[in-house]
Design a protein around this ligand. Structure first.
Ligand SMILES: Cc1cc2nc3c(=O)[nH]c(=O)nc-3n(C[C@H](O)[C@H](O)[C@H](O)COP(=O)(O)OP(=O)(O)OC[C@H]3O[C@@H](n4cnc5c(N)ncnc54)[C@H](O)[C@@H]3O)c2cc1C
Length: 431
């Protein structure tokens, strides 16, 4: 077993891995290296500062639905450290949790800092060494992390030593890599950076791209509807297989909300390849067929013949949104329901079920929560997350080509991978 473990990245995956490792083997020296000024900075802002740390998964029919990339790996790893284990782990540390009706799990305090502080205290108590303000990929970091006199970047030096050890069976410069393990838990560096360091060792990198973003639309008439929420829509990119459902929020730049974020995640690679230009079809009645929408309209016409179209809208839609749709269908909101003929009813039903918009770009306003792509999963042993090409090199968290839709699934992946790497290292035979 290595007696020294370096974890690069003091994020959710890295810190969780460090604590788990020390609990499995208190004698192991564990050092977490962080580029920023302090650990867990991103965790502090997750879930709008409330930290949606996992999900009950009780409404998840298939893991592919929530992990568009990495679902097979997650299926395997969750057997070892599941959402139930996450919840039990944090509750055991004195953090009561609450599961919302949408199945997202938060600390009952609704304060991400409770999670951050607890992880920091546990690292300190366990004797994990944390080195901040140190970029392990930058020249000179070797000196800063190990005190060894070298201008090289720590990660470069470690990889070289490990490769040398594989060729010659030993290295001169101690501590030998045989006794050290390296965990890369850096979140989302650019794929070019990952390639620069890892490609020479045969490690493949999938291009990193944004996932979970909102859509910019060219439709200025929508601006007046800013803030409108429709609880259940189905959104689809025309000419593709990509679709998603859930709530939709109209913003001043276009569309946001869970349905759009999901769609952006499912279609992340496709949308990047088309430079975020696409045609979006919205079914405003949660996936109702046109004949069902026409029935609904006929029902309204029969029940309220004298009312103006503007004044009686389907219950799923807000009044100003309904007026917008009437105008888009070429109907006067001042018309009475009894004046709506069969052709107009069919036209309106068709628009409500397949309302088309031109997507002109992706939102840039920090709503880009995760990155897809990263270290390709076929580089990794799926049971241990150890690199197949270089022993004692592990990857955990978002740096791997695993990402999820919103709802606590991304952090669950970080906890699960952090735990699995710790267990894998702790189980290595003594060297
Ligand atoms: C605003 C926002 C809100 C989010 N909310 C949620 C949520 O509520 N629920 C959820 O499940 N997911 C959420 N996510 C996604 C979630 O935060 C990430 O999936 C998760 O943090 C990934 O954990 P990680 O440890 O792999 O990476 P990170 O948390 O990104 O940590 C990586 C760490 O490595 C450090 N690092 C990088 N390069 C180097 C280097 N060269 N040397 C040393 N250190 C380095 C970074 O500074 C960072 O501290 C949110 C993301 C954002 C941006």
């Amino acid at each position: 077993m290595p007696n020294q473990v370096y974890i690069i990245g003091a994020g959710a995956a890295g810190c969780f891995c460090a604590i788990a490792l020390k609990r499995m083997n208190a004698h192991m020296e564990v050092t977490v290296v962080e580029r920023g000024t302090r650990p867990l900075r991103k965790l502090a802002i997750t879930g709008g500062g409330r930290c949606n740390l996992t999900n009950s998964f009780s409404e998840v029919r298939s893991l592919k639905q929530v992990y568009p990339r990495g679902e097979k790996l997650m299926k395997r790893l969750l057997k070892e450290f599941s959402q139930h284990d996450t919840m039990a782990w944090f509750e055991n540390e004195g953090i009561p949790l609450t599961t919302q009706p949408d199945q997202c799990v938060f600390p009952r305090s609704q304060d991400a800092m409770q999670i951050v502080d607890t992880l920091q205290i546990l690292m300190r108590r366990a004797g994990v060494k944390v080195v901040c303000n140190c970029d392990a990929f930058a020249k000179g970091s070797m000196q800063q992390i190990t005190g060894r006199n070298s201008d090289e970047a720590f990660v470069t030096a470690w990889l070289k030593e490990q490769a040398e050890h594989l060729t010659t069976g030993q290295v001169e410069d101690r501590p030998s890599t045989q006794q050290t393990a390296l965990v890369i838990a850096t979140g989302t560096p650019h794929s070019d950076t990952l390639r620069l360091f890892f490609a020479p060792y045969g490690i493949k990198v999938t291009p990193t791209l944004p996932s979970l973003f909102t859509f910019c639309l060219g439709d200025e008439a929508l601006h007046a509807l800013m803030g409108t929420v429709v609880e259940h829509v189905v959104v689809r990119l025309t000419g593709t297989k990509w679709q998603a459902e859930g709530a939709l929020l109209i913003t001043h730049w276009g569309f946001s909300g869970p349905a759009i974020l999901r769609l952006s995640s499912y279609a992340a690679v496709h949308l990047a390849s088309s430079d975020y230009q696409a045609e979006l079809a919205v079914n405003w009645l949660g996936g109702a067929r046109e004949d069902e929408a026409a029935d609904l309209l006929q029902h309204l016409a029969a029940a309220y013949p004298q009312r103006l179209l503007a004044n009686q809208h389907p219950p799923q839609l807000m009044q100003r949104h309904w007026v917008y749709l009437l105008q888009k269908a070429g109907l006067s909101p001042q018309k009475r329901w009894q004046e709506l003929g069969p052709k107009q009813t069919a036209r309106l039903a068709s628009l409500i079920c397949c309302d088309l918009y031109k997507v002109t770009g992706r939102g840039e306003n920090k709503e880009e929560f995760v990155t897809c792509g990263g270290i390709a999963l076929d580089n990794l042993n799926p049971s241990t997350l150890e690199c197949r090409h270089l022993p004692h090199l592990y990857f955990a968290g978002e740096v791997c080509d695993v990402d999820a839709v919103t709802g606590g699934f991304n952090l669950q992946a970080a906890w699960t991978m952090g735990y699995v790497v710790a267990r894998s290292i702790a189980q290595l035979p003594a060297s």
